[in-house]
Structures are given as structure tokens and as C-alpha cells.
Design a protein around this ligand. Structure first.
Ligand code: HSE
Length: 415
């Protein structure tokens, strides 16, 4: 039986789970894959965890001639990028769960792998344990894929689910997410959308063969979503989800991350708690949805071990970008919108507001006028699909109307 020696960089939650899972399920893995995996060295300069194979020096992994596959589980770009590139140059396959380094440096990493006749895989970087990149790469050749919508951040999905199911505010839900270990002490990367935006870059590469620059990805997080928005969404049959959206149409791609009101009938609406799901539409296969745990030691290690086997079987890497489609600016994309505003509760207000939207060619679909709080009342309007820059032009005129006290929130409606 073929034996493969593995070196692990980073002995945190993920690195330690990889070593433990190989230890626990090594026999099953060997029976199924025909490959016996052996972790021979683990490097981590900082960990307080103990392991007999642990060294503080990453070079001992990267330069060890007996190691065929290096698992990078450090995270971030420094020093992870340098280690990945050096391992590839040393003729080792690399498996990483690091979405940031892949999203920001995929071209350099894939080029270095190809120049050195080795492979690099990053299944665990999107959707944790969910097999999504391999299916996009290998199982859907027959399809033109036009749309990918992903709930790819467990932290924000847990927070939004808590706000929906338990009527919590954003800060209450964030606190609970921290207590349960779903949110980090500094939750910025997750709640402000960076993590999902990195994953959107990777999904776009895998689905369409287009490598977009991270700076071209429009992203928003969930910090502005309130209990009120969640409740109004529920009244009109929607739940709010943070979605990574990747679409291709007419020779252009759209890549963006933001909250979306998803119809309760859509399969993504039922993805609750910290779970992840990626919904893909192919022209031959139709709709697919991949669902599972998007984070955590064991699920992530499950994806990493599959990649190790793929590398050991000689599977070639993801190709570098093979298409040069332009990224459509967010201002040119189309969406439906929800707007919540505060207005005085007196005659003629709605007429003035709808007149401005009408003049700007922005069409109203539904209006919810709620009970007033004193002299002011919340007004919720849902709009038909409109180009974003046209909608924004109308909205800036609305904000200047004397009868509009405040535009409280704007959320895209879709799916
Ligand atoms: N912080 C990420 C999440 C972890 O919440 O989904 C997995 O990338």
C-alpha cells in the first residue's frame, strides 16, 4: 500500500484535528483510498498543546525530504504564504484551509504549484467540511454554472438565526455566539463580511474559472441588521441571510457579499444556526445544494484529509483562471430592495415619498405602514427589481425630503 508522509504547519484547532483524525480513522482512510497516511512532523512556534512530533521550526516541515504533503493550518497571510510557496518549490503538495491566503494570492500559489509539478488544494477553505470545491471542479464539467449563492460564514448565520428564532438584538446574539465558541473575541472578520468575501473569491474561481481581485468584491456584513428588520422580513415571508453571491451573465461576473432577504420557501432559508450551505445552479444539472458544518476541527479536518488523498493520487490542482470576464460594478447590478424609514404620522407623507420614487422610475411593490410611536411611524417599502445606481439616486432624494426623518436600513431582497 502507498504510504504518504505528512507535515502539518500550525497546531491549533485545525492542525490538531487533522493529526487526531488520521490517528483515529487512519485504517478506514487506507481501506477506502489505498493510501496510508502518516503525520511525521508538526510545526508550531506558539502552541501550548503537546505532541511528540511537535517542533517550533516550520523549516523542519517545509524542508523535510521525507514529507510529500504539507498541510498549512496557520491561517492569515504572514507567514502562511511564504511557507506555502516554499513547500511547493521544495516539490511538496500543499493542502490548506486558509481562505484568506488563497483569496488574496491564488494566482501566485497555483502558478508556483504548476511550475513545480505539484498540486495545491483548498477544499476546507470554503464551507469547512462540505465538499463543494471538488464537485465544482470535477463533477460538473458538463454544465455552464451561472449562479452560486452561499451561506459560507457560520458565525453570522448563527447570529442571524438567533435574532430570527429567539428575537435577540445583534449584540445579544453576538454575545451568545461568543459564549458558544461560534464567534471570536474580535468578530470583525466574520461580522463585517471579510471571511465570506474571501470565500466568494474562491467560489468564483472554482465555478467560473475567473480569478477576481479581492478589491473588486463588494462586501457588507451584518452589523446593521436589527430586530425590527428581522421581524418585518418575517411578516412578508422572508428570512435575512448573509450571502456570498457569484453569478455570470453576458460575459461579466458579479461577486458580492451582503445580507439578503431570502424567501422562506427557498432551500437556503432553512439553513440555520452555524451551518453552511452552497446553492449552485448549472444549466444541465439544475439546482444543487451542498449543506453541512462550515467550521470546527473535525469537519475541516475531514475536508483536508480528502485533499491529502487527492494530492497523493496525483490529482492535478485547480487550473489557474481560464477566463478573463470582467467584474460588474455593484452599482450596475440589479436587485429588489427593502427600505425601512421613520416618517411623521400625518397625511400626505406616503404620497410625497412614492412620487419621488415614481419620478426616478423605481417601482414600489409593497408598503407596510406600522403603528406610530408618538408622532413618528416606521414605514417599510419593498421595491421591484431596479439597477442599484438608479435606486441609490432615488434614495438620496428621499433622504432630503422634509417628511423623511430617517432612512433606518436598506436590505437587498432576493431568491
Ligand atoms: N469564521 C468562519 C465561520 C470559520 O464563521 O464560518 C470557517 O471559515
Amino acid at each position: 500500500m502507498k504510504k504518504v508522509n505528512i507535515g502539518v504547519l500550525g497546531y491549533g484547532n485545525i492542525g490538531s484535528a487533522v493529526a487526531a483524525l488520521i490517528n483515529r480513522n487512519g485504517k478506514t482512510i487506507a481501506e477506502k483510498s489505498g493510501i496510508e497516511l502518516k503525520v511525521v512532523k508538526i510545526a508550531d512556534p506558539k502552541t501550548s498543546r503537546k505532541h511528540p512530533l511537535l517542533t517550533k521550526k516550520s523549516e523542519e516541515v517545509i524542508n523535510d525530504p521525507s514529507i510529500e504533503v504539507v498541510v498549512e493550518a496557520i491561517g492569515g497571510t504572514k507567514p502562511a504564504l511564504q511557507y506555502i510557496l516554499q513547500a511547493l518549490k521544495n516539490g511538496k503538495h500543499v493542502v490548506t484551509s486558509n481562505k484568506e491566503v488563497v483569496a488574496l494570492h491564488a494566482d501566485q500559489i497555483l502558478k508556483t504549484a504548476s511550475e513545480n509539478n505539484v498540486s495545491v488544494f483548498f477544499e476546507a477553505a470554503v464551507g469547512g467540511g462540505i465538499p463543494i470545491l471538488q464537485p465544482l471542479r470535477e463533477s460538473l464539467y458538463a454544465n455552464n454554472i451561472y449562479q452560486v449563492y452561499g451561506i459560507v460564514n457560520g458565525t453570522t448565520n448563527y447570529i442571524l438565526s438567533s435574532m430570527t428564532n429567539d428575537k435577540m438584538s445583534f449584540s445579544e446574539a453576538l454575545l451568545r455566539a461568543k459564549e458558544k465558541g461560534y464567534a471570536e473575541a474580535n468578530p470583525k472578520n466574520d461580522v463585517e463580511g471579510y471571511d465570506a468575501a474571501y470565500k466568494a473569491v474562491i467560489l468564483t474561481l472554482m465555478a467560473f474559472g475567473v480569478l477576481v481581485d479581492f478589491s473588486e468584491v463588494y462586501f457588507e456584513g451584518i452589523t446593521k441588521i436589527t430586530k425590527e428588520d428581522i421581524s418585518y422580513a418575517g411578516e412578508i415571508g422572508y428570512v435575512i441571510k448573509l450571502l456570498a453571491v457569484a453569478k455570470q451573465k453576458d460575459g461579466e461576473v458579479e461577486v458580492h457579499v451582503h445580507p439578503v432577504m431570502v424567501s422562506k420557501d427557498h432551500p437556503l432559508a432553512s439553513v440555520g444556526g452555524p451551518m453552511n450551505a452552497i446553492y449552485v445552479v448549472g444549466d444541465a444539472v439544475g439546482e444543487l445544494m451542498f449543506y453541512g458544518q462550515g467550521a470546527g476541527g473535525d469537519p475541516t479536518a475531514s475536508a483536508i484529509i480528502n485533499d491529502i488523498i487527492a494530492a497523493a493520487h496525483g490529482t492535478p490542482s485547480q487550473r489557474r483562471a481560464h477566463s478573463k470576464m470582467r467584474v460588474k460594478d455593484i452599482s450596475k447590478t440589479k436587485s429588489r430592495y427593502y427600505v425601512r424609514m421613520t416618517v411623521p404620522d400625518k397625511p400626505g407623507v406616503l404620497a410625497q415619498i412614492s412620487k419621488v420614487f415614481g419620478e426616478e422610475g423605481v417601482s414600489i411593490q409593497t408598503v407596510l405602514q406600522k403603528e406610530s410611536h408618538g408622532k413618528s411611524a416606521p414605514l417599510v417599502i419593498i421595491f421591484h427589481e431596479v439597477v442599484e445606481e438608479n435606486f441609490n439616486r432615488a434614495l438620496s432624494k428621499i433622504k432630503k425630503l422634509a417628511v423623511v426623518e430617517k432612512v433606518d436600513n436598506v436590505i437587498r431582497v432576493g431568491l
